[in-house]
Design a protein around this ligand. Structure first.
Ligand code: GLY
Length: 394
């Protein structure tokens, strides 16, 4: 991610014309200083041997997961993001302690989430240290993820459970960076081929004419034909689950960064335009853009954080007027997330930074709670925003 920040700050002609708002930059510095002490607090309140996931306010305790859950990498990855700006070694040591728990997942072939779980923390670690051991873990993770690709469908399988035959969820766009990294690192183009093929198949089959995305597309394992287009975490099969729209935006923007293929850039700008046409003025979406109960339903801070981070990057790849529009939306989202309505105080919210995210409303889990991935993308977005002002350290 640091490399992305440097790229954004130094090498994109369009990025040079994007002026960050000085008052938001000051707010971000305050947020980041507070985040450092909040994450120390969160570390102190999370039992060893597990990874923090959310906070149960009724029980007054952090909810946690083992290494195999899709969110396991976000806590150490956020610690490393915050170490990158603060150079606080307590955060660094805590990150590596928790990452030891994750190492076994490099051989996990039962999940598509290895990008989230492994590339976020170990990619961050590798950029900080250049360690061959971290690179080996990433290469093994990429090999495991690649086993889930089938040529007939042209996509990486997401889930292994019923009622689907070969389901792929839009979230899977977020796992492709691991493969792109592995290809660049090793010179083995097969990883890149899988990632690019997955992205083009997703572009063809997951998107509606208005550039909103279905959540789940189920494929025929043998022929690769599309069987169904559905939702698992959204309001309805035909609706626009907010985090799914953000995953797609982020995923196609990242694929443009890795490939410079303008079809990915075009897809990302169309998705951004769909989101901006439907999101409230404060730029924090309701959990599903099509929920008929809006405005009497939940917001999703995690979707806002993912969107803001992606828009800051995307703003650097498009002509200046368009870039300013995307940056303005990201600025508004970061301002709202930085307000007391979303940004928690020290010792509150279990130590997590953001309040008011939703995990899975149809499954009635993690509704209106903090989530480790909301914090990760919030911090990433703030670091990307600061980089536009040329700043990588406090
Ligand atoms: N990748 C699962 C989610 O976004 O909830």
């Amino acid at each position: 991610m640091l490399r992305t920040i440097v790229l954004l700050a130094l090498s994109l002609p369009a990025a040079a014309q994007l002026r960050p708002d000085p008052s938001l930059l000051r707010t971000i510095d305050t947020n980041l200083r507070l985040a450092v002490v909040q994450y120390r607090y969160l570390a102190a309140h999370t039992p060893s041997g597990v990874l923090p996931r959310s906070f149960d306010s009724a029980a007054g305790s952090v909810t946690t997961s083992g290494s195999g859950w899709w969110t396991s990498g976000f806590f150490p990855a956020t610690l490393l993001e915050l170490y990158g700006v603060s150079k606080d070694t307590a955060l660094y040591n805590e990150a590596f302690r928790r990452m030891r728990l994750l190492e076994r997942e490099q051989y996990n072939k039962t999940t598509h989430d290895l990008g989230f779980m492994m590339y976020c923390p170990f990619g961050e670690a590798w950029r900080l240290t250049g360690s061959a051991a971290d690179a080996d873990i990433l290469m093994n993770s990429a090999r495991s993820l690649s086993t889930r690709f089938r040529r007939a469908a042209g996509v990486i399988r997401s889930w292994d459970h019923a009622p689907w035959q070969y389901p792929v969820i839009i979230d899977n766009m977020m796992n492709l960076e691991l493969l792109m990294w592995a290809s660049r690192h090793s010179g083995d183009t097969s990883f890149r081929h899988i990632a690019v093929t997955h992205a083009f198949t997703t572009m063809r089959n997951h998107y509606r004419p208005d550039y909103s995305s279905y959540h789940v597309v189920d494929y025929d394992t043998v022929t690769g034909a599309v069987l169904k287009r559905q939702t698992a975490q959204g309001y309805a099969d035909s609706s626009d689950w907010a985090r799914g729209q953000a995953w797609g935006l982020y995923g196609f923007t990242a694929m443009y960064r890795w490939t410079h293929d303008r079809r990915f850039l075009s897809q990302a700008t169309h998705i951004a335009d769909f989101i901006l046409a439907h999101i409230p003025a404060d730029r924090v979406p309701y959990w599903d853009y099509s929920d008929p109960r809006i405005p009497d339903t939940y917001r999703d801070a995690s979707a806002a954080a993912v969107m803001a981070s992606a828009l800051i990057e995307l703003a650097g790849y498009v002509p200046p007027a368009e870039g300013r529009r995307y940056l303005a939306a990201a600025t508004a989202a970061l301002r709202t997330l930085s307000s007391p309505s979303y940004r928690s105080a020290y010792g509150a919210n279990g130590g997590f930074l953001l309040m008011h995210s939703v995990g899975n409303i149809p499954a009635k889990t993690e509704i209106d709670v903090p989530l480790s991935y909301a914090d990760y993308y919030f911090v990433e977005a703030m670091l990307r925003y600061r980089a536009l002002g040329g700043s990588n350290r406090f």
